[in-house]
Design a protein around this ligand. Structure first.
Ligand code: C2G
Length: 703
């Protein structure tokens, strides 16, 4: 018995190898693999060509222009020679025994299906579970609730007898006509609980959306096109019309109501929706909730104004209901409905650095410049905990307190070095200066492939949040180029260097450094090593709270370096683990909570880091830098990947053990000599714009 596996492809180069290999490696070998490329514009075509040379069971076809997934699957169906067909998507993959289990259990049935598992990140597939409940029979109505045909093995004879085809003039829901035929021909769906299909949750709905990540409006149009046709055709079969109406009402509740939060969308889509709403049966309407029932009735009667008013009320009621669920939700509700409508305060500026964790980075230097210039503004700083010793008249507010929402809603200016919460809408008069927080080494947002971090919606959220930025600070040409691409940012870039590095060029920097050393109790005759590593995407407790295992041998360092040096330990602000320095008091200082790392740069004679952007800033001082890259392979190859070649481009040696680090410090002059030329080149490329007046220039331009 031959199985034809049909795989339609459109721009899935990242996922194709895993998909195709999962089919080639099936334990059931009597298969034919038909891959139809729907005119991909990435490398998908090259990839499928290569695989077709490796396995003669693969047959490929390519459309010269995009025709949609329905046309691609129909084409595959027409080419198929197997007794059974199986539908797989090119961004998904299957377990090695999947086809074997399906074919062994299909017996006399026309169709059989199995379990789908959503894969958010790759590790999900390794989580073993004991799930074998044998062959089950699922209610046909519920089984096809998701309107999808993937992971079904279907008898070819049944397909031919019923002349099953996919809809071609739309992108989404193309399998609805097939599902309708299956619903008619079957009482129940045989289903294997222990037969896996891995459905990938795609992370980039902005630049490469999966079909179901297409815009709501497009999906709505596609659905209504098919619904209108099928609803008329199947008029006589109440089981089928119930199914279609139910899908319509579900889509209405989940998608249309959301889409119509934007009033312009109501005007655009009212007639189309009204046409379809007339078709919904009274019986199905009876079972839906009151508000929806009423809305559908108004739609069907074509009463646009009344409908629009009811929907405004619907949204208000929904938001209020949500607001009652907790304090933060209530604040958001008040923010949207009241605070955003208060008059804007033209002279108020909000500052935030590293999510309120400290008083630091470019926002601090922009603020201090404004204070020094006696500029006529009201300054608000957002912190998690009160911070002492900040110069200038200002107000501190607690992040996520009521005052936080009040000032964000009413201040004309926001200055921040990272993202603001997604739900905090920005009003159109507001000016948002995004300072960002480092020259990128690790790939950023849209330059990253799959996301291995804690949040699978990272790219989507990042995109929405960064649409609000009006100015973005760039420290060098290299960063400008990356920011524009990786953030998809096309508004104003301020190219004056980093305000946070102004202090490194201060004419009194030696005196400032001496004061800081004294404040921290560091003996002036001791040299200082600063260890400032970054975080690891794959080692976390929860989003924003990351693990860190110190792999420097501090005891050994103290013995060998203690009479000349002290070491400052500075963890990334994402790190939740505390670093133990007991018994090392006069040698190691944990300064992870110290406000401003730039002040620590100033007092350090040597920097040790890994893949943190800190070295781009530190290089302004032209002092030696050591790279303690004990997990380079993992970091470079399995996590994000880097923009530069860390082996050949960074201004210092890569070291892999604690002993190598000690050795390099003991021979620091030799290291400096060896890396002199590389350091100079590095300085020219990355430190070119920094010259001590970035804050002044930026303030002049923005405020
Ligand atoms: N930083 C610090 N201490 C460290 C590491 C970093 O104070 N031990 C500060 C520095 O100002 C640095 C900035 O945090 O330039 C960013 O640090 P990176 O290690 O480059 O981390 P990054 O991945 O950029 O930060 O969206 C999340 C951010 O991208 C996380």
């Amino acid at each position: 018995m031959k199985i034809t596996v049909i795989i339609p492809v459109f721009n899935t180069e990242e996922f194709l190898p895993e998909c195709i290999e999962s089919v080639i490696n099936q334990t059931y070998e009597n298969i034919e693999i038909i891959i139809v490329d729907d005119a991909s514009t990435d490398n998908s075509n090259r990839i499928i060509n290569e695989y077709s040379k490796m396995d003669e069971r693969i047959k490929i076809s390519s459309f010269t222009e995009r025709k949609g997934v329905g046309a691609a699957r129909n084409f595959g169906l027409r080419q198929s020679t197997g007794e059974y067909v199986y539908f797989l998507d090119s961004d998904d993959f299957i377990e090695s025994a999947t086809l074997q289990k399906l074919i062994e259990n299909i017996r006399g049935y026309k169709i059989i299906s199995g379990r789908q598992k959503i894969v958010k990140k790759h590790n999900d597939i390794f989580q073993k579970e004991n799930n074998d409940k044998g062959l089950l029979f699922k209610d046909r109505f519920r089984h096809f609730g998701g309107m999808s045909i993937i992971h079904h093995l279907i008898s070819k004879e049944f397909i031919l007898a019923n002349n099953l085809t996919f809809t071609e003039n739309v992108h989404c829901y193309t399998e609805l006509p097939i599902i309708i035929s299956l619903l008619k021909g079957l009482e129940e769906i045989p289903y294997l609980s222990d037969c896996l299909y891995f459905k990938r949750l795609r992370n980039d709905p902005i630049s490469n959306p999966a079909l179901m990540q297409l815009e709501r409006e497009q999906r709505l149009h596609d659905f209504l096109t098919i619904y209108n046709d099928l609803r008329d055709m199947e008029k006589g079969d109440s089981f089928i019309t119930d199914y279609l109406d139910k899908q319509f009402l579900n889509l209405y509740r989940k998608e249309v109501v959301m889409l119509f939060a934007d009033k312009a969308k109501i005007a655009n889509n009212f007639n189309l929706l009204s046409f379809s709403a007339k078709k919904v049966s009274k019986r199905m309407l009876k079972n839906t909730n009151m508000v929806v029932k009423h809305e559908i009735k108004l739609l069907a009667k074509g009463k646009e104004e009344k409908y629009s008013r009811l929907l405004t009320f619907h949204h208000f009621a929904r938001n209020l209901k949500r607001a009652l669920k907790g304090r933060t939700k209530m604040y958001y509700f008040i923010y949207d409905t009241i605070l955003l409508k208060l008059p804007i305060k033209e002279k108020t500026i909000i500052f935030e650095s590293f999510l309120g964790k400290n008083y630091s980075d470019s926002p601090k230097y922009i603020y201090e410049h404004m204070v020094k210039q006696n500029m006529d503004f009201k300054y608000i700083w957002i912190f998690n905990k009160k911070v002492k010793d900040i110069p200038g008249k200002h107000k501190q507010i607690k992040r996520f307190s009521f005052a936080y929402y009040y000032y964000l809603a009413t201040a004309k200016y926001w200055v921040s070095n990272s993202r603001m919460p997604l739900h905090l809408k920005k009003r159109s008069e507001n000016i948002y200066l995004q300072t960002w927080h480092g020259t990128p080494l690790k790939k950023l947002v849209f330059d990253m492939n799959d996301v291995y971090s804690a949040n699978p919606n990272y790219k989507k959220h990042f995109y929405e949040q960064s649409r609000r930025w009006d100015y973005l600070i760039s420290p060098n040409q290299y960063s400008t180029d990356i920011f524009k691409r990786a953030f998809k940012y096309n508004k104003k870039v301020l190219e004056y260097g980093y305000p946070r590095n102004d202090i490194l060029y201060h004419k009194d920097r030696n005196r400032i450094a001496k004061n800081i050393k004294q404040k921290l109790g560091i003996p002036l005759n001791k040299k200082v090593v600063l260890y400032a590593p970054t975080w690891r995407d794959d080692e976390y407790y929860e989003p924003g709270k990351y693990k860190f295992n110190l792999s420097l041998n501090l005891q050994d360092m103290k013995e060998k370096l203690g009479d000349q040096y002290v070491i400052l330990l500075r963890m990334h602000y994402f790190i939740a683990d505390d670093i133990e320095t007991k018994g090392l008091e006069d040698f190691a200082l944990n300064l992870s909570k110290y406000n401003d790392i730039a002040e620590l740069y100033l007092i350090s004679d040597i920097l040790i880091t890994d893949y943190s952007s800190v070295f781009f800033d530190y290089a302004n001082l032209k002092r030696p830098i050591l790279f303690y890259t004990y997990d380079l392979e993992k970091y470079r190859d399995t996590l994000r990947g880097f923009y530069i070649n860390i082996e050949t481009d960074v201004p210092g040696p890569l070291l892999h053990t604690s002993e190598e680090v000690i050795d390099a410090i003991l021979n620091i002059e030799k290291v400096e000599d060896e890396y002199k030329e590389r350091y100079e080149n590095f300085y020219k490329v990355y430190c070119d714009w920094d010259n001590g007046v970035a804050a002044a220039k930026i303030v002049d331009e923005v405020f």
